[in-house]
Design a protein around this ligand. Structure first.
Ligand SMILES: Cc1ncc(COP(=O)(O)O)c(C=O)c1O
Ligand SMILES: N[C@@H](CCOP(=O)(O)O)C(=O)O
Length: 471
């Protein structure tokens, strides 16, 4: 299976090459050339099967033999053995037809672990097989960075540089990135927003000389393998609720659009999903876009769900590519308009296609707090603020179609955001025992200005992949 770029001008690549490449050379994002389809019988057979076995069945046709099945299966088994819950991503009922899919039982307590635990193993495997090295650069609003540091720490083939917005992530998130004493891990606190960090990472990929010198690779959801691995839990959740014979909707707290896109991929592969609800916090660019058809960047507002404080929602480009009938030239036009005027208009036909499958709702800060408080009062269940965006938006879906079960994705453990949770519920959630001493561990990070050249200079000086290459 080849993978094509959303901007239509980069070479098509197999799975392993797309995995190492990250951002396509034309600035676009890789997608499989065609969607493999799982039959209703295959999906039905997932009932009662382990998470790892469902992952093998879903990812097998996407990897399509590019990594030998025995290696892929071993890595999947190892990745999901690192989770603290036997079901890996368990489902809990919160109310009539409202369910919570807990995605935070991995090592860093956020949904990013589900893909990252596998991605780390896949990249290490492909690099070792090729005798190659990589310099990973990533942007984070808190969770991708922690999960990536955990998955890549100590690997010989890789140096990892994580850019996060200085002062805009929670203490737990920051400490998960800054207290890992491993020589290949570098936490960079950039004086800017998450969008600045993400723009810088993309600019590094678009800087051909830097990219080639350092053998850059990416672990953000620009990396197709991240999205592919996240599609698996849509299958496990829907099957527990009666799929493929019963449609299920999903409500997803959304920022960079990777997680909800994974649901859309599951649907393309044959899972009968009814609606996909985009839940945003007060940074509501996607909700505005779905309602008005115009994608307009405004300033980022800090909220209690900082991991979703995003305006430039990277993976939306993948959905636009499909909605525009895989027309790379149309996507280049939209992205050029975004660069020039910080906005673009979606034409009527592609917008209608998007609205056929997606709904969107913005949840303001008062309602996030109310959702955490009301859920705790009604059921004793403690949500983190990101997950509260998901359940609140999910309740909106149920009002329209109460007969269709709604699964709200719970993307982080409440202990990652203890202050907001305590303010809303009076409960201060404790970190699990393996992280009990996190607040006492010694931190190490570098503060850098919001400036491309300074960040590139820092990375070039520290990366081992560049050693021996003429500057
Ligand atoms: C806890 C949490 N919830 C939700 C999101 C939003 O997910 P996505 O960026 O895939 O839309 C993020 C960040 O990615 C996150 O860290
Ligand atoms: N919320 C994310 C932002 C980056 O998203 P990604 O899925 O593209 O890696 C984070 O926690 O860093």
């Amino acid at each position: 299976m080849l993978h094509v770029s959303t901007r239509g001008e980069a070479p098509a690549l197999g799975f392993s090459d797309a995995l190492l490449t990250g951002l396509a050379r034309d600035g676009g994002l890789y997608m499989p050339q065609a969607w493999p389809s799982l039959t209703a019988d295959t999906i039905k057979g997932f009932a009662g099967t382990s998470y790892a076995d469902v992952a093998k069945a879903v990812l097998g046709p996407l990897v399509d033999g590019d990594i030998p099945a025995t290696d892929l299966h071993r890595m999947i088994d190892e990745a999901y053995a690192s989770f603290r819950h036997e079901a890996v991503c368990p489902l809990t009922q919160l109310g009539d037809n409202l369910f919570v899919l807990e995605l935070f039982h991995g090592p860093t307590l956020a949904f990013k672990d589900v893909a990252m635990q596998l991605l780390g193993r896949l990249m290490d495997h492909v690099l070792k097989t090729r005798g190659a090295r990589a310099t990973i650069v990533g942007a984070t609003s808190g969770d991708t960075g922690s999960a990536a540091v955990e998955a890549f720490k100590g690997l010989d083939q890789v140096d990892i540089f994580i850019l996060y917005p200085h002062g805009r992530v929670s203490d737990v998130q920051r400490r998960q990135m800054t207290t890992v004493a491993s020589p290949n891990v570098h936490a960079l606190a950039v004086e800017g927003t998450f969008d600045d960090c993400q723009n810088m990472v993309k600019a590094m990929f678009n800087h051909a000389r830097f990219r080639d010198e350092l053998q850059l690779s990416g672990v953000n959801s620009i990396n197709w393998a991240r999205v592919a691995a996240q599609a698996v839990y849509y299958f496990t959740a829907a099957v527990s609720l009666g799929s493929p014979y019963r449609p299920v909707s999903f409500s997803v707290p959304t920022g960079n659009f990777g997680d909800i896109l994974a649901g859309w991929v599951a649907k393309r592969m044959g899972l009968p999903i009814d609606r996909l609800m985009i839940g945003t916090n007060a940074n509501d660019i996607l909700a505005r876009t779905l309602h008005a058809g115009s994608y307009e960047i405004r300033g980022v507002e800090p909220t209690t769900s900082p991991s979703m404080d995003i305006q430039i929602s990277s993976n939306f480009e993948r959905l636009l590519f499909e909605a525009y009938g895989r027309d790379g030239e149309a996507i280049r036009r939209l992205m050029a308009s975004l660069n020039q005027s910080r906005s673009f208009m979606i034409e009527a036909a592609p917008l209608a296609r998007i609205r056929e499958e997606f709904s969107a709702e913005a949840v303001n800060e008062a309602n996030v707090a109310d959702e955490m408080a009301r859920t705790y009062r009604a059921s004793g269940y403690v949500l983190d603020p990101h997950s509260a965006v998901g359940t609140r938006a999910g309740r909106g879906l149920l009002k329209d179609r109460p007969e269709v079960p709604v699964v709200a994705l719970s993307t982080a453990h409440p202990a990652k955001f203890p202050d907001a949770v305590e303010r809303a519920t009076g409960i201060r959630p404790a970190l699990p025992p393996h992280m009990g001493d996190l607040m006492e561990r010694k931190e190490s990070f570098t503060v850098l200005p919001n400036d491309q050249a300074s960040v590139e200079r820092f990375i070039r000086e520290r990366a081992r992949a560049v050693k021996g290459v003429a500057a």
